[in-house]
Ligand binder design. Structure first.
Ligand SMILES: [Zn+2]
Length: 126
């Protein structure tokens, strides 16, 4: 029992100290998506939703650490966010790694900046 709460404490501390970088990375990605206005509308909203979920996780873990609340609270917090993310997965995670039409691997640019989830070849032959 001691050991598992120790691990949880390490996780909570690590998350509270590093989650800001994750949030910044998502926000930077969101800024880049702005350049692809018409192609990346859905995906831009998706990174915004992801940023909001990360922000809630950040505030929660920081509160747990600084108010010295029981670390076990991290688990229901994470579970709640995963559930919300799963419930709204179409909005939160519209990304696909392969082309919707031919199954070919998509390039990073296509994955992040094009809502269509279609490779260049299929796009051209449309
Ligand atoms: Zn294709």
């Amino acid at each position: 029992m001691m050991q598992s709460t120790g691990i949880l404490n390490t996780v909570t501390t690590f998350v509270s100290e590093n989650i800001l970088y994750l949030l910044l990375a998502v926000l930077v990605l969101n800024m880049f998506q702005r350049r692809y206005q018409q192609h990346a509308r859905k995906k831009r909203f998706a990174t915004l939703y992801v940023a909001i979920l990360i922000m809630v996780l950040m505030v929660g873990t920081v509160l747990i650490v600084y108010l010295e609340l029981p670390d076990i609270l991290f688990l229901p917090l994470l579970a709640a966010l995963v559930l919300v993310g799963y419930r709204f997965r179409k909005q939160v995670f519209p990304f696909r790694l392969t082309c919707r039409l031919c199954g070919e691997k998509l390039t990073g640019r296509r994955i992040l900046f094009y809502d269509s989830n279609i490779c260049e070849k299929c796009e051209q032959s449309r």
